[in-house]
Design a protein around this ligand. Structure first.
Ligand code: SAH
Length: 373
């Protein structure tokens, strides 16, 4: 067992089985032994590769999305750009470079990076050293929103981007058995090993739909809380947000997964040493945003997002100045980011936008629920 596994086993021995959400939160966020606290997990030598690490075009196109959303907001002279879970800071660096194309946009930006991992904060600071835009860090979305209003003035409008952030937030899992729902928990097997089980009684703090016996549902309260807070700020003070992640719009089930060295592993096998995620419930995020008065887009596939933002033209421009090897790399990145096979990044990853309803449809999206201005 890993050091964190031993710590979790002692906790369970004392307190009894813990929820899947608490297990996930400990694995990812334990201050000294958690996955993100201890490492930079990205890239070929790490555990997984994200879209901004595949190609600079990803962050550049998201930068164009932000610039267009800012223009639609009436080009406010100051805007807070929040990135949730910025990883190595690569997306933000590419975004800020592409932002030069929109006169006045970069000058309007105050960047806040929401990041809990000290290791990754240090990497982000290095990546963004020469970016030429003020950058600060916050531990949580609430802290980033509290920091937004300058003393005595109206809170600033907000741009928010998040790639592969929401999948890292802890989910609770519930299983429908014959006489109702039970929460899935992590307990100890006969040999002291971690094992999955069900809480003995029905949960009293959640409302779940009626489902056939055997169904499993996931709830990610922190994700809904974050989206609701952002949407509330946007509806009152202006702004737009873009979420990209792997996930579903309907057809939920058990999506808890662990990944180490680019392969799936048992989520209980190596606590703290494998990345632990759950797919994002886009329908639930959309509801949370709409509930606070934001206009919400129809979720679209990542391939559609990138194609609508001009991936082909961007690849062509980059290729024009590239060597043959670089051109092959650019073509491979385009193919990987827009792969529409069911498990390819272009289809598995989805994008959702939500915004101040006065903005109209966010760039590249249709509104699911058009509202009059
Ligand atoms: N967006 C980046 C990294 C994705 S990995 C990319 O696309 O490459 C998830 C990121 O979210 C990491 O930076 C991780 O440290 C951060 N993170 C995970 N849980 C978090 C939490 N609860 N609060 C803030 N940041 C978190």
């Amino acid at each position: 067992m890993t050091p964190l596994g031993r710590e979790i086993a002692s906790l369970i021995a004392v307190e009894g089985p813990i929820s899947v959400a608490r297990y996930m939160a400990l694995c990812l966020g334990h201050p000294t032994l958690g996955y993100y606290a201890t490492r930079d997990p990205f890239g070929a030598d790490g555990d997984f590769t994200t879209a901004p690490e595949i190609s600079q075009m990803f962050g550049e196109l998201i930068g164009l999305w932000c610039a267009e959303a800012w223009a639609a907001m009436g080009a406010p002279p100051r805007v807070v750009l929040v990135e949730l879970g910025p990883g190595r800071g690569t997306l933000m660096a590419d975004l800020l470079r592409a932002a030069r194309a929109a006169p006045g946009f970069r000058e309007a930006l105050d960047v806040t990076l929401v990041e809990t991992s000290p290791t990754l904060r240090a990497v982000q600071a290095r990546t963004l050293e020469g970016a030429g835009v003020p950058v600060r860090w916050a531990d949580s979305v609430h802290e980033s929103l509290d920091a937004a209003p300058p003393e005595g003035k109206r809170p600033l409008p907000l741009l928010v981007v998040a790639n592969e952030f929401f999948d890292a937030l802890p989910v609770r899992q519930f299983v429908r058995i014959a006489d109702g729902w039970r929460e899935r928990v992590v307990g100890l097997g006969p040999g002291g090993e971690l094992g999955l089980g069900l809480a003995p009684d029905a949960p009293t703090d959640v409302a779940l739909p009626d489902c056939p016996e055997g169904d499993l549902r996931e709830l990610c309260a922190p994700a809904l809380d974050i989206v609701a807070s952002l949407a509330d700020h946007m509806a009152r003070h202006g702004g737009a947000g873009l979420v990209v992640d792997y996930g579903y719009v309907s057809g939920a089930g058990d999506t808890l997964q662990a990944m180490a060295r680019h392969a799936f592993v048992d989520p209980l096998a190596a606590p703290g040493e494998a990345d632990l995620t759950a797919h994002v419930d886009f329908a639930a995020l959309a509801l949370a945003a709409r509930g606070r008065g934001a206009a919400v887009s129809r979720p679209i596939a990542q391939a559609d997002l990138l194609e609508r933002l001009g991936l082909a033209a961007r690849a062509e421009r980059l290729s024009a100045q590239a060597t043959a090897d670089q051109r092959a790399g650019i073509a491979a990145a385009v193919a990987r980011l827009t792969d529409r096979a069911p498990t390819g990044m272009g289809a598995l990853f989805k994008a959702l936008a939500f915004a101040d309803p006065r903005l109209g449809a966010p760039p590249a999206f249709d509104l699911a629920d058009p509202r009059p201005a």
